[in-house]
Ligand binder design. Sequence first.
Ligand code: OGA
Ligand code: NI
Length: 355
Amino acid sequence: MALSVANPSDFSTTWNTGDLASLLKGTDRPLPERFIYPEREGAASCEATLPTFDLSLLECGEEKKKLLPLVAEACAEWGFFQVVGHGVPKELLAEVMEAGYGFFSLPSHLKEKAAFGRTQGYEGTFAEHKSRAPWLEALTFTASSSAEHVASKVWPEHGNPAFCNAINTVNRSFVDLTRRITIILAESLGLGHDTFSCHFLSKKQSVRFNYYPPCPQPEMAYGVPAHTDPNCITILFQDEVGGLEIRAKDDTWVAVKPQSEALVINIGDSLEVWTNRKFRSVQHRVVLKKTQGRLSFGMFLVPNEVTVIEPPAHLIDKAHPPQFKPVTWEDYIDFMKAALMKGEPRPSFKDFASM
Ligand code: OGA
Ligand code: NI
């Protein structure tokens, strides 16, 4: 049965929101078939520390001139970098992780009280993949599935003020951080500082926990299979377990070494389109561990629905003709929903914008 994005009530019949840890509990069953990716590519060839920048040095002074070209290079070569000196307190990041572990360790019947439909609230395995599912539980907060809404369902007596406070505070911090980073990215390309940053609305941004439970056969499954992010940039905070891998230019997979307090930034398809491919939206995936669960938390920055995503004139010349047609985020969402309704795979933003 095709997944209907317009009708979240389909959720209960078409989605297995089940919690993965309990799926196998008390049994010696092998991994259910839908979690097995037969064509799964091999392991990462090496582990690397991503180019890491101190955000405070990128925002002023002499160092900035030296560092901006290195940021542009990281975005062109890797599509990924890390920031430290970002000002998000480590205590806050610890509280966010605690809130996430607290939620995912609840029994599944409680977590499922926060299952509000596609890409909102709690999701177990993704029906979109039907015969194929990543080994992942997620909790997404949007304007209509706020931390308070989740807490009122899961902890009906008193909500959960510590949980809500951590999510709402980090949400505000990440919105501010995305503004600072999009300014730096524009400057690194020699563009006016607000070229990108004036096109985002805080209330449109969503944050998501990804929880990857321990997996009995990690070499057969994926936490998330290879994909690019459709949005502009993603900010990701991860625990120390590791599992994020990115596709290097030579097509091999490189494991990202977790670095405490660093935030991973990656370029999404919308920014690749917006920069006429000066920046690359690079494939990445998440691999699993047999004995350790892993938690990550991210913000996926999306532009205003009406902003026309097309490269600034400065990035176009004879040697660099336009690579994409001008599109809006809203056009993409409509196109994607229509494809999903027809039971087709989710189209990528890059393919949608291709000329
Ligand atoms: C994503 C993603 C990576 C991670 O959610 O799009 O790539 O490490 N997550 O959780
Ligand atoms: Ni991703």
